[in-house]
Design a protein around this ligand. Structure first.
Ligand code: SF4
Length: 217
């Protein structure tokens, strides 16, 4: 474990979150497998990191009650049921847009369904986080969203927002320090709501599995 990761882990613990180190994607999958129990209710946010680690596939095992919001053919009504089920779920799986060395998590949504589950509801929130998401502070975390996460997610989801073509938020064209509300005015904007998870009241409700590889955006 590097000095940077060791500092990050101390700060996550100080913020009452539970950090776990995984050397590889396979290790991360095994850690998750050991947490789950038969019949547990699981929901998740959209996450490439879950897919890349094979964790999405694991959650689909029939032993678990996975309310999959992105399963093929799901209707808008069924998707709403998944969002509602998240409130009482045993586990909510996702990644984070960025984690600061100070042990803060920044997440940004278009509809706030993911950040609402991170903030409140599921008994346990489990984040799968690649080392590429570690940043020094919240300022860098915000810029990571504007320069990496949002543009790549727009491309992945085939959303025609300016950042998909530019490779960064349109707000950065003439301002290196945009405000939260700067950027495109489109109805398809994906960075609308911002959640910083800092010092928690419920100890170890949030687990951060830090994988020593690059994962997701
Ligand atoms: S404000 Fe619009 S252009 Fe900027 S990052 Fe968000 S979705 Fe992309």
């Amino acid at each position: 474990m590097t000095e940077q990761i060791s500092k990050l882990f101390k700060n996550l613990e100080k913020n009452k979150m539970h950090p776990i180190f995984a050397e590889t994607k396979e290790d991360a999958k095994q850690i998750v497998k050991d947490m789950l129990f038969d019949g547990c209710v699981i929901t998740s946010g959209g996450s490439m990191s879950l897919v890349e680690c094979g964790i999405k596939e694991l959650l689909e095992d029939k032993r678990y009650n996975f309310m999959d919001r992105s399963r093929p053919g799901i209707t808008p009504e069924e998707q709403q049921e998944c969002f509602k089920a998240s409130i009482g779920a045993d586990f909510f799986f996702c990644s984070t847009n960025a984690v600061t060395e100070k042990g803060e998590l920044l997440n940004v949504d278009g509809f706030a369904n993911r950040i609402s589950s991170i903030a409140f509801g599921p008994k346990k929130v489990v984040m799968i986080v690649g080392v590429n998401k570690i940043v020094p502070d919240l300022k860098a975390a915000f810029l990571r969203v504007k320069k990496v996460a949002a543009p790549k997610n727009c491309v992945r989801l085939n959303i025609d927002n300016p950042c998909a073509k530019l490779g960064h938020c349109v707000s950065l064209l003439n301002n290196p320090n945009p405000d939260f509300a700067d950027g495109c005015q489109k109805d398809t904007r994906i960075c609308c709501d911002y959640l910083v998870s800092a010092l928690q009241r419920q100890k170890d409700r949030i687990t951060v599995i830090l994988v020593n590889e690059e994962l997701g955006y």
